[in-house]
Design a protein around this ligand. Structure first.
Ligand code: MN
Length: 128
């Protein structure tokens, strides 16, 4: 299933790698480099899934997940946190902020797309 994925990540290398891996499998990738830009793009492009870095300029991933969850138009879009935080409790913090799941950095090219696709449950409704 091809999906439209919003990637909110400020690190160029991580964006490049994630986009390359997802596009290779046929997914459409829309990118944002800051929290506020991510929130705006989410409303504009209505992605099937949001990949969310936690350490972001402007608005951190926890606050952004909360803002997405409070928006009635956006609250049903699955959010997957992608973060290198290894601190105890960070996974729970991401989930409490509204993320469906968690993928650890560094991105593993062997498993990344399969991990993302686990969170793509409902097919996108295409106009007929
Ligand atoms: Mn970051």
């Amino acid at each position: 299933m091809k999906a439209r994925i919003l990637l909110i990540e400020d690190n160029l290398q991580n964006r490049y790698l994630a986009r390359f891996l997802l596009e290779q499998r046929g997914h459409e990738v829309v990118q944002a480099e800051t929290g506020p830009m991510g929130l705006q793009l989410a409303a504009e492009v209505r992605p099937d899934l949001i990949l969310l870095d936690i350490q972001l300029p402007g608005m951190d991933g926890h606050d952004l997940a909360g803002a997405l969850r409070r928006d009635p138009r956006l609250k049903s879009i699955p959010i997957v946190a992608v973060t290198s935080y290894a601190m105890a409790g960070d996974r729970e913090k991401c989930l409490a902020a509204g993320a469906e799941g968690y993928i650890e950095k560094p991105i593993n090219p062997e498993t990344f797309v399969a991990e993302v696709e686990r969170f793509l449950n409902s097919p996108r409704e295409e106009p007929t």
